[in-house]
Every structure is written in C-alpha cells, then in structure tokens.
Design a protein around this ligand. Structure first.
Ligand SMILES: [Zn+2]
Length: 99
C-alpha cells in the first residue's frame, strides 16, 4: 500500500477537482463528463442563443464559468433531448448570424 497521499485530479477543461464518479468515458485524460459534453456542443449560451451570447459580450458560456455552463448544458440536453440540442448546434453552424 502506498503512503502517497490521495491527490485529486483536476479536470483539464474547467480546472476544478474531480470525484471518481464524475469522469468522462476517457481513461486517458481527466475530464468531467459534463465538460466533455460542453466541449462538443458549445456552452449553454451558444445552445440557447448564439446571437445573444456568442456574438455579445457574455460569450458562449453566457458569462458563467466553464463548469457551471457545462452542468447547464447537461441539464438542457437531458430536458430537451439530444436531437433538439444537436439541431440547435447544426442551425448555428449553418446560419451563424441567426438566433
Ligand atoms: Zn470539468
């Protein structure tokens, strides 16, 4: 048994500590599963209104820190479903100046 004190890993995306059950599927890098999701979809501001947040001064995370935005992205996708969230992301890619 090691005498090395337990070191908490920090998420590479949000730089906040991780609990064992918060890891994404990756065994290689330490990333919260919600942060991995946010990294793919963009922040909650981007999902809700690209024009308002991404093109405004709040940015894609709607002025919040990365982790909070990531947790909101996960909740948003849970509530509206993956298809609706992906439609929103695709719409922003095709028409970046719209809503
Ligand atoms: Zn994280």
């Amino acid at each position: 048994m090691s005498d090395t004190p337990y070191m908490r890993e920090m998420c590479l995306l949000c730089d906040e500590p991780m609990e064992v059950d918060q890891r994404s599927a990756s065994d290689v890098v330490a990333i919260h599963r919600e942060c991995a999701l946010r990294n793919v979809t963009g922040g909650i501001g981007h999902l809700l209104s690209h024009r308002t947040f991404c093109m405004g001064d709040k940015g894609p995370d709607a002025g919040m820190d990365y982790r909070t935005s990531a947790l909101m992205v996960a909740l948003y996708i849970k509530r509206v479903g993956v298809e609706a969230a992906l439609d929103s992301v695709q719409k922003h890619k095709e028409h970046p100046d719209d809503g």
